[in-house]
Design a protein around this ligand. Structure first.
Ligand code: DGL
Length: 269
C-alpha cells in the first residue's frame, strides 16, 4: 500500500519528508523524473505530457493516489488531467491549494466565496513555467480579494539544486530576491512556489528579512494529505513504496541522501 509523490526531480523530497513525519504509518512511492528536469523551462504541453506519463506509471506501480509535489506540474497538468477523466479509483492532487488555504487562513476544503484577508502584499517565487501559467493567482482569486501578488521567475535555481551546486543556488536565490524587492519593496509574505526551494529556505528568509513570513509547502501539504486520507481511507493503493527515478539511480540517491540527511536508495523507474 503506497501513496505516490511525484516531482520532476528532487524537490518533491521536501514534501515526502514532511509527509513521512506527519504520517509515519503510511508507505510512500516517490517518483522523480530527473532525466527530464527541470520542467520549469518547458512549455505547458510538454509538462502536461511528461506529468501524465509519469502519473500513469505510478498508477501502474499500484498507487491509487498521486500527489503532484511539483508546482510546475500542478499548474500545467492537474486541472487538465482531472477534467480529462481519471481511471476508476485513481486520484491525482496538487500542491497549490493547501498553500493558498494557509495563506488565506482557511480550513482545508473551505469553498466559501472570496473574502478580504490579513495579508495584502505577497511575493511569489516559482519556476518560469509556473509564473507564466498564473495558476497561483487564479487559485488565490477564488479565495481572497485585494491581495497584490508580485511574481519572480527564479531561472536557474532548480538546475543548480539538481546539480548539487548549492553555492550557485544560493547566489541565484539572493539575486532573485533582490529583483523581487525592486518590484515590491515590502512584501508581508513570501510563497516558495516550487518544491525545490524549501531546500534553500534559510537563504530566502535571510535575503527577505525576518519581517517577511515565508510559506513553504512541505508541512502544509502533509497536513492536507492527512486530512484527505482521513476522509478517503481507501486511497492507500496496493503497491509497494520506494524511490524511483528516470535519471541515474546512483547519482540521484547521493543527492537525496545529502538533502534528507538519511540513506535514500533510488531504483530505475
Ligand atoms: N519542483 C518543481 C516545482 O515545484 C519543478 C521544478 C522544475 O523541474 O523546474 O515547480
Amino acid at each position: 500500500m503506497a501513496v505516490g509523490i511525484f516531482d520532476s526531480g528532487l524537490g518533491g523530497l521536501t514534501v515526502l519528508d514532511a509527509a513521512q513525519k506527519r504520517l509515519p504509518d503510511v508507505d510512500f512511492l516517490y517518483y522523480g523524473d530527473n532525466a527530464r528536469a527541470p520542467y520549469g523551462v518547458r512549455d505547458a504541453e510538454d509538462v502536461y505530457q511528461l506529468t501524465k506519463a509519469a502519473v500513469h506509471d505510478m498508477w501502474d506501480k499500484g498507487c491509487d493516489l498521486v500527489i503532484l509535489a511539483c508546482n510546475t506540474a500542478s499548474a500545467a497538468a492537474l486541472r487538465r488531467m482531472q477534467e480529462g477523466g481519471l481511471p476508476q479509483g485513481k486520484r491525482v492532487l496538487g500542491v497549490f491549494v493547501p498553500l493558498i488555504e494557509a495563506l488565506t487562513e482557511r480550513q482545508w476544503g473551505d469553498n466559501s466565496p472570496p473574502r478580504e484577508v490579513e495579508v495584502k502584499h505577497v511575493a511569489l517565487f516559482a519556476t518560469p513555467a509556473t509564473v507564466a501559467s498564473r495558476a497561483f493567482q487564479r487559485e488565490l482569486a477564488f479565495r481572497a480579494i485585494g491581495v497584490d501578488v508580485e511574481a519572480q521567475a527564479c531561472g536557474g535555481v532548480v538546475d543548480a539544486i539538481e546539480d548539487g551546486d548549492m553555492i550557485l543556488a544560493e547566489a541565484l536565490v539572493r539575486s532573485h530576491v533582490d529583483a523581487l524587492k525592486r518590484k515590491m519593496p515590502h512584501p508581508q509574505a513570501a510563497i516558495l512556489g516550487c518544491t525545490h526551494y524549501p531546500l534553500m529556505e534559510q537563504t530566502f528568509q535571510e535575503a527577505l528579512g525576518p519581517e517577511v513570513k515565508v510559506f513553504s509547502q512541505g508541512s502544509l501539504v502533509a497536513d492536507s494529505l492527512a486530512d484527505y486520507l482521513t476522509r478517503h481511507p481507501g486511497m492507500h493503493g496496493n503497491g509497494k513504496g520506494g524511490f524511483y527515478t528516470t535519471g541515474n539511480p546512483g547519482r540521484v540517491s547521493d543527492r537525496a541522501t545529502q538533502f534528507l540527511r538519511r540513506e535514500i536508495t533510488f531504483q530505475a523507474a
